[in-house]
Design a protein around this ligand. Sequence first.
Ligand code: AMP
Ligand code: GLY
Length: 424
Amino acid sequence: MNILILGSGGREHALAWKLNRSPMPNKLFIAPGNGGTSRIGHNIPIGVKDFQSIKELVLGERIQMVVVGPEDPLVNGIHDFFLADSELKHIPVIGPQKKAAMLEGSKEFAKEFMMRHQIPTARYESFTARTIERGYEFLTTLEPPYVLKADGLAAGKGVVILNTLQEAITELDSMLLEEKFGNASTTVVIEEFLDGIELSVFVLTDGKNYKVLPTAKDYKRIGEGDTGLNTGGMGAISPVPFADKEFMDKIEEQIVKPTVEGLKMDNLPYKGFIFIGLIKVGNDPKVIEYNVRLGDPETEVVIPRIKNDLVEIFKAIGNQTLDTITLDLDERTAATVMTVSGGYPGSYAKGKQIHGIDNITDSLVFHAGTTLSTEGQVITNGGRVMAITSFGKDFKEALKTSYKNVEKLSFEGMNYRKDIGFDL
Ligand code: AMP
Ligand code: GLY
């Protein structure tokens, strides 16, 4: 089967690696891909937003399935684009249709969905420039810290947490009146701060049935002890030790089931991954966000723990027969450590040669921001460069192996967090 994966990160390398392990012979295409995916499939230099070129590629290479990594093409309707085209509509796309992708594309839409389906989340209200006065009033009804969320996609930067009322008011002004995030902050959701520990739950659905995939915890800040600027993610572990059976049952009953049922009731067509960001408040899970894709670097720990043939799973999603699949999960813990370019998440250099990859034997190496130089050397090409994933009986053992192997890698300016899992 010819399969196209859209995207270029560690997530897409992990998906390509897993699809490549299928017992069936598959030919993989990755657009645009990275240095790692070029070794297991064919990288095609087209962007994930260029639907017309994607169509030409799919027809030219007789692609039979499309797996969408990032949210952008989903929010912009790639699945609908396929369905509306007589030559493409029979090709399964793994990822929701545009209406359903609004769960990530609009925070207000996601909050209204949760309200409609009684899914536990933080108390909130949303505001525009016209209703800003009411926004100031709503802020006074909340305790600090204050959580302000730009409604639309803002490259992961749209959530701002402020410690004082005055700072919250200034931020609200800047989002609503000065278009801090452009169109993304025309509407702002203000919500109650949830105090607790975070985790992510991944769910696969074919629109009728669902499977709960392994949980993961991601470390977003650049600095040790969760300090400094937010990044795309500096490391992850799966499963999350505090997500025991009792807590997972609560998540399934209170969140996963009403989410999948809610999608059906609201007629939101969904065939793909649902990434549910949660905070454990006391003993209860509350949703802080939905994403309509897998997380990165969560994928680099979640996907290696799935023992099933992922091609079979994706086919079942296309046919809406996910109920016929029994998930077979690796009970061990997987941990990943992300190496990043010096300066990231601020400005950083690219094109640095990466040494030592071939010395890594007992970890999985998932490339993120890498490419091949004209001489065929692996060089850096982004902020997050490479994720090193290992297994262990617990997260400490898994991390020990990852750190041992991270030390074998080097490139000018290389940085990584040495404390993944510190809070567990
Ligand atoms: P997001 O961009 O939606 O992933 O949010 C970024 C981060 O903001 C989350 O990972 C949480 O750490 C934090 N966050 C979002 N909403 C809340 C909330 N209501 N209470 C506390 N922290 C939050
Ligand atoms: N690691 C967080 C995300 O993928 O959104």
